[in-house]
Ligand binder design. Sequence first.
Ligand SMILES: [Fe+2]
Ligand SMILES: [Fe+2]
Length: 142
Amino acid sequence: MTTHSHTLPANFEIGIAELDTQHKRLHALLLRLRDAVGKHYGFATNAILDELAIETRIHFAVEESLMRMLSFPDVESHITEHQALRDQLEKFRKRAQDFEVAEDLASFTLQWLNDHVDRFDREFVDHFLRAGIDPKAAPNSK
Ligand SMILES: [Fe+2]
Ligand SMILES: [Fe+2]
């Protein structure tokens, strides 16, 4: 394994506080997942996968309902992207104890999040802001 930076990538924040908070939480969970898999900690891997399942469900539900509510035109292709990650996490769950496969999946999933936020989530930001959402409305962000 090569060494990895634990810092957030450049261009990670999209400027909508609640979504940025959720993205950071997902990013942190994926780093913990990669770490647990790398150490072959099977129980921790399963526990983190459970947490990820919950956090991704919440996050995708928030984005998808905002896109629908605010009539974002590319909602269907965006949801297809989310579905790809849901499928990936499902695959992960089945292979989680096969640590070599799981290491690849952990790196892939982390990269997926970084790319998705930068390429897909960024695309709805202007639309949301024009529709009048408050970019600072957020839970207590860290
Ligand atoms: Fe997102
Ligand atoms: Fe998204």
